[in-house]
Design a protein around this ligand. Structure first.
Ligand code: NAD
Ligand code: 3PG
Length: 648
C-alpha cells in the first residue's frame, strides 16, 4: 500500500518520536462548503504581526513572516494576529533592523568581561551596551533582570541562579570564545535562553600558544628567564630536550588540536591523536594516526590536551592515567584545567613520572597563590592566555557580537550551542507553516476537556517531499508552544520546546506522509491529534477516539481544514466558534443574527458536513470575543447540538 517503508527515528529519546510513510493520492481533498463572509482585514499575504510577550521581552516590533519565524527561535513570541499593515510594517521592520522597536526602546546588552572594540561598536549600533567588568555573582544577578543579552568570556559563571534572576528577560548568552563550561547550559535551555559562542576566531591563537608552551617547556625558557633575572647564569641546569622525532599525542582532535598537530608536524614531531568523535580522514589528511586513549598516553613523549571540559572528560588525567604514561612524559594543557586532577599531577611531577607540565588553564581561575602546581619548579604557567592575541580578541569580539545581534533580531546563529540549527532557507520556506503549527496547537489544546492531562500528541505532516527533505523541528516546536503556553506559565521557543514537553510528560510523536501534491510547497497539511483525553467538543474526536484537527496554508494564510471527521475551511485568525448542528437551512442566519446583536464581527464562516441534511459543523471566525449572553443564546438555538468558543 505504501511506496516507502515506514521509517522511525528518535529525536529525543523520551518525548519525540518521528515516523514517515508514503500514502496513495489522498481522497480527502473534497472541498468543503465555503461560505466566506470576507472581512476587511482578511489577510492577503503572509504578513504577520508578532509581539513579544511582556514576560520575555521588553520591546516589540512588527515583522514580516520570515522575521517572525526566526523570532520564535530565540525569543518568546506569539503570532497573535494576521494583518496587512503595510505602512507600519515597513517602519517597524526598519526599526527592528537597528534594534529599535516602535516604542523606542533598545535591547540592553551586558558585557561582563573585556571584549574587542570592533565587537563593542557592532553591539552599540544595535543596543544599549553596559560594560561592567568584575561583577560579583550577586551583582550579576542583580543586573541581569534588566538585560536582554549577556556576553561573557571564561571568567563569568553563568549559573542557574543568574538565569533564574533574569526572570525570563535574558534571551541570549554570548560566550566570546569556545569553552562553554562556565555556562549552565541545562538551565539556559530550561529558561529558553539561547547560548551562542565564537568557536573559530581564537583557534589559531590557542594552537600557537600550545606550540609556544611545548617549546618553552622543552627548553626551560620560563625557568631560565626567571633565573637570569635573579642575576644567575645557569647553563647546565637548563639543558632541555629536543622536539624533533618525539611523539606528540594530541588529546582532542578538534579545531585547536588539529592546528597544533599541523604545527607539530612542521617541527618534525611524530603526531598521534585520540578523539572518539574525529573523522579518520581528517587526521589522515594531516598525517596523524588516530589511536585509542591508552595507546596515545602510553606511547607519547609529549601530551597536549585539547578536549572540552565535560562530565566525561572531568579529571580524565588522574593517578590511574598518569600511571599508564611513559616515565618522563611532558604534558601541555591549553584546554581546561578541570580535565586534569591537579593533585594527582603534583604527585606525578614529584615522582618524576611526569617530567614537566606547561599549563595555561586551571581548575580554579585564578588558582590559589600558594598552589603547589603553580609553584612547582617543573611547571610552566600562563594565566589563561591561549586566546589572548590582538587578532584573536578582535575576531572573537566580532564573531560573538554578530551572533548576539543576530539572536536578538531573532535569527538563529550558526554558533548556537543549545538549539538545533535550522538553515535560513528552511526557515524562510516554513514561515507560514510555523504560524499554522502554533495555531493548530493552541486550538487543539482548547478542545481538551479539563480534568485529564495531555500526555500524547501526534503530529502528521502531509508533504509531497521526501521525509528527509522536510525539517519539522520548527513546526514541532511551534505546535508544542501552542499546546503548552495556553495552559501553563512556561514560554516556549526552539531552544526549550523539546525540553519543556519532556518535563511536562508530553510525548510528541511525528509522522510524515508523502502525498501526491506539488513539491513546491514544503507541507501540504498538518494534523494534530491528542489521544486519551475527553473533548469539550465531541465532534472534534475522530473515529479513533482522538481529538483531531488539520490545517493547511492557503495563499500564505493558515486555514483550519478539518475538525474530527468534518471538513471545514476557515482562516485561522482572531477567534473561532465551532458549532455542531443539524444540517438544515437557516442556521447561518440564526447564529449570524445573535453575533450581530452582540456587535461581533464575523470574518469567515464555513460549513462542513459528512452526510447531506444530517450533521454539520459550522466554523465561524469572529473578530471579537462574544460575551456570555451571546454564547448562551447560541446554545439555545434548537438545531445546535454543541458548540465551543476558541481563542486563537
Ligand atoms: N586556553 C585558551 O585560551 C583556549 C582557547 C581556545 C580553546 N580552548 C579550549 O580548547 C579546547 C578545544 O577547543 P576547540 O576549539 O578545538 O574545540 P573543538 O570542539 O573544535 O574540539 C574539541 C575536540 O575534543 C573532542 N573530544 C570530546 N571529548 C573527548 C574525549 N573524551 N577525548 C578526546 N577528545 C574528545 C571532540 O570530539 C572535539 O573534536 C576547549 O576546551 C576550549 O575551551 C582554550
Ligand atoms: O574557550 C576559550 O575560548 C578560551 O578558553 C578563551 O577564554 P577567554 O575568552 O576567557 O580568554
Amino acid at each position: 500500500m505504501f511506496s516507502k517503508a515506514m521509517a522511525t527515528s528518535v529525536f529525543n529519546p523520551c518525548s519525540i518520536i518521528t515516523t514517515s510513510r508514503a500514502q496513495p493520492k489522498s481522497s480527502s481533498s473534497r472541498p468543503s462548503q465555503l461560505l466566506s463572509f470576507l472581512h476587511s482585514n482578511n489577510p492577503a499575504g503572509p504578513i504577520v504581526d508578532l509581539k513579544f510577550s511582556a514576560a520575555a521581552c521588553s520591546w516589540g516590533c512588527q515583522y514580516d513572516s520570515k522575521q517572525s519565524l526566526s523570532r520564535c527561535l530565540a525569543a518568546n513570541i506569539t503570532s497573535s494576529a494576521l494583518k496587512t499593515a503595510e505602512s507600519s510594517r515597513e517602519t517597524s521592520t526598519l526599526l527592528a533592523a537597528e534594534g529599535v522597536s516602535s516604542s523606542g526602546t533598545r535591547p540592553t546588552i551586558l558585557v561582563s568581561e573585556k571584549l574587542g572594540e570592533a565587537g563593542l561598536q557592532l553591539l552599540r549600533s544595535f543596543g544599549d551596551v553596559d560594560c561592567s567588568y568584575d561583577l560579583s555573582p550577586e551583582q550579576l544577578c542583580e543586573k541581569i533582570s534588566s538585560c536582554d543579552a549577556l556576553i561573557v568570556r571564561s571568567g563569568t559563571k553563568v549559573t542557574r541562579q543568574v538565569l533564574e534572576a533574569a526572570k525570563g528577560r535574558l534571551k541570549v548568552v554570548g560566550r566570546a570564545g569556545v569553552g562553554i563550561d562556565n555556562v549552565d547550559l541545562q538551565a539556559a535551555t530550561e529558561f529558553g535562553c539561547l547560548v551562542v559562542n565564537a568557536p573559530t576566531a581564537n583557534t589559531v591563537a590557542a594552537a600557537e600558544h600550545g606550540i609556544a608552551l611545548i617549546a618553552a617547556m622543552a627548553r626551560n625558557v620560563a625557568q631560565a628567564d626567571a633565573s637570569m633575572k635573579a642575576g644567575k647564569w645557569q647553563r647546565s641546569k637548563y639543558v632541555g630536550v629536543s622536539l624533533v622525532g618525539k611523539t606528540l599525542a594530541v588529546m582532542g582532535f578538534g579545531k585547536v588540536g588539529s592546528e597544533v598537530a599541523r604545527r607539530a608536524k612542521g617541527l618534525g614531531m611524530h603526531v598521534i591523536a585520540h578523539d572518539p568523535y574525529a573523522p579518520a580522514d581528517k587526521a589522515r589528511a594531516i598525517g596523524v594516526d588516530l589511536v585509542s586513549f591508552d595507546q596515545a598516553i602510553s606511547t607519547a613523549d609529549f601530551i597536549s590536551l585539547h578536549m572540552p571540559l565535560t562530565a566525561t572528560t572531568s579529571k580524565i588525567f588522574n593517578d590511574d592515567t598518569f600511571g599508564k604514561m611513559k616515565k618522563g612524559v611532558r604534558i601541555v594543557n591549553v584546554a581546561r584545567g578541570g580535565v586534569i586532577d591537579e593533585e594527582a599531577l603534583v604527585r606525578a611531577l614529584d615522582s618524576g613520572k611526569v617530567a614537566q607540565a606547561a599549563l595555561d588553564v586551571f581548575t580554579e581561575e585564578p588558582p590559589a597563590k600558594d598552589s603547589k602546581l603553580v609553584q612547582h619548579e617543573n611547571v610552566t604557567v600562563t594565566p589563561h592566555l591561549g586566546a589572548s592575541t590582538k587578532e584573536a580578541q578582535e575576531g572573537v569580539a566580532i564573531e560573538i557580537a554578530e551572533a548576539v545581534v543576530g539572536a536578538l533580531k531573532g535569527e538563529l546563529s550558526a554558533t548556537a550551542v543549545n538549539a538545533p540549527m535550522v538553515p535560513q532557507e528552511v526557515m524562510t520556506e516554513l514561515a507560514p507553516y510555523v504560524v499554522l503549527a502554533e495555531k493548530l496547537g493552541r486550538l487543539a489544546v482548547q478542545l481538551v476537556a479539563g480534568g485529564r492531562g495531555i500526555k500524547s500528541v501526534k503530529v502528521v505532516y502531509q508533504s509531497a517531499r521526501d521525509p528527509d527533505d522536510l525539517d519539522t523541528r520548527l513546526l514541532r516546536a511551534m505546535i508544542t508552544k501552542g499546546i503548552i503556553e495556553p495552559i501553563s506559565s512556561s514560554f516556549i521557543n526552539l531552544v526549550n520546546a523539546d525540553f519543556t514537553a519532556k518535563e511536562k510528560g508530553l510525548r510528541i510523536s511525528e509522522e510524515r506522509v508523502v502525498v501526491d501534491t506539488s513539491p513546491e510547497f514544503p507541507v501540504h497539511s498538518i494534523q494534530v491529534l491528542i489521544s486519551n483525553v475527553d473533548s469539550k467538543f465531541a465532534s472534534a474526536v475522530s473515529e479513533n477516539g482522538e481529538i483531531s484537527i488539520e490545517g493547511r496554508v492557503k495563499y500564505g494564510v493558515p486555514h483550519l481544514t478539518r475538525v474530527g471527521s468534518f471538513e471545514v475551511d476557515v482562516s485561522l485568525e482572531g477567534n473561532l466558534i465551532l458549532c455542531r448542528q443539524i444540517d438544515q437551512p437557516g442556521m447561518i442566519g440564526q447564529v449570524g443574527n445573535i453575533l450581530g446583536q452582540g456587535n461581533i464581527n464575523v470574518s469567515f464562516m464555513s460549513v462542513g458536513r459528512t452526510v447531506r441534511r444530517n450533521k454539520a459543523i459550522m466554523a465561524i471566525g469572529v473578530d471579537e470575543e462574544p460575551d456570555k449572553e451571546a454564547l448562551r443564546k447560541i446554545g439555545t438555538v434548537p438545531a445546535i447540538e454543541e458548540f465551543v468558543f476558541l481563542n486563537l
